[in-house]
Design a protein around this ligand. Structure first.
Ligand code: NAP
Length: 304
């Protein structure tokens, strides 16, 4: 298979970057993949496990000569990462990112990039609750969406090449405008994460429920919340700080619905509850039909 890019640089070497690396190797997608992470510990781990063909001690060295540079750091660290790489970028290179929020990342990165460099933001809708250089695997993006979020003036050839690259990593791709992306993700990902964090926090606070009861009898619902609430704290802090308006809007609506359901329970309005749950069940069916989850009783996840 022909290379999409001769040289790819990954800045930040956690779950997403390491999964991209293994998926690139699986597909024979890049000539050479270079990498950089801020901590010596992560760089040492990457060298030990063969994550990247070469791991550099500075971001500038890693991006020198790269045709594609992908920023794989938390959303709040995009500004300083862009600042660090900007002077070392090759003319004609494409800079992309995988951040979970798009408007804030575009505002943080675009001003630093020199003329003659193409900026094509992206967001793979795939992840796990694990993080760090050892957590990645080649199959992470298979059959998952990767949203390509071009900015004004993004070069069409650069966009199309990045799109094909993500398709070869296993993803389905779609294009979306930045603000629309942030609203969609507030509904599908950001607000649900906050709700899961809250629910697990509530269970943790309930002094009448002992720790062992919460853990032993967690199968019915709570366990899935705990998986989501185990996600990386830095990443999720940055998501909420940087997708503030859209998340607050959805949480406002969520609170209204919660009050309505609370009132239905208090009034014994079984019809309302039944109708509501019938509607939500249909959404689950649509997700399974769209191939975005399995209907196995354990949600297709292993027991461990
Ligand atoms: P991760 O596994 O926690 O790895 C983060 C990487 O960024 C590490 O190499 C870390 O370096 C580096 N980093 C952290 N803080 C930094 C800072 N202040 N300055 C410079 N580098 C810093 O994270 P990830 O899950 O791969 O997430 C990376 C990006 O992908 C985030 O923007 C996230 O929003 C997005 N994303 C995540 C998921 C998901 O489910 N995890 C899904 C889609 C998109 P050290 O190891 O040296 O500390």
């Amino acid at each position: 298979m022909s290379h999409s890019y001769d040289r790819v640089a990954l800045i930040g070497l956690g779950l997403i970057a390491s999964s991209m690396f293994w998926a690139m190797k699986r597909a024979g997608l890049a000539g050479e993949v270079t990498g950089y992470a801020r901590s010596q510990e992560t760089r040492d781990t990457a060298r030990e496990i063969g994550l990247c063909d070469v791991v550099y001690d500075t971001a500038a060295e890693a991006v020198a000569g790269a045709d594609l540079v992908v920023l794989c750091v938390p959303v709040g660290a995009m500004d300083s990462a862009a600042r660090e790489i900007a002077p070392a970028l090759k003319q004609g290179a494409t800079v992309s990112d995988v951040g979970s929020v798009k408007r804030a990342v575009i505002n943080a990165v675009a001003p630093h990039l020199p003329d003659g460099v193409h900026f094509v933001p992206a967001h793979p809708l795939a992840g796990t609750e694990h993080s760090g250089p050892r957590s990645g695997f080649a199959e992470l993006f298979d059959e998952r969406w990767c949203l390509i979020v071009p900015v004004e003036g993004s070069d069409e050839t650069a966009i199309a090449t990045l799109e094909r690259f993500w398709q070869k990593l296993g993803s389905k791709t779609d294009r979306m405008a930045p603000d629309h992306h942030d609203r969609v993700l507030a509904v599908t990902s950001h607000a649900p994460h906050l709700i899961a964090y809250t629910m697990v926090g509530v269970a943790d606070d309930l002094s009448r429920v002992t720790d062992s009861e919460v853990i032993n009898y967690s199968a019915a619902g709570f366990r899935d919340f705990t998986r989501i609430a185990a996600s990386d704290p830095t990443m999720w802090r940055d998501v909420f700080l940087n997708n503030k308006d859209a998340t607050l809007e959805i949480l406002g609506r969520f609170t209204e619905e919660l009050f309505a359901l609370q009132r239905a329970i208090r009034k014994g309005d079984g019809d309302l509850l039944h109708d509501y749950f019938t509607r939500t069940r249909a959404i689950r069916r649509d997700i399974i039909d769209a191939g975005q989850d399995t209907d196995a009783p354990n949600f297709g996840r292993s027991k461990t």
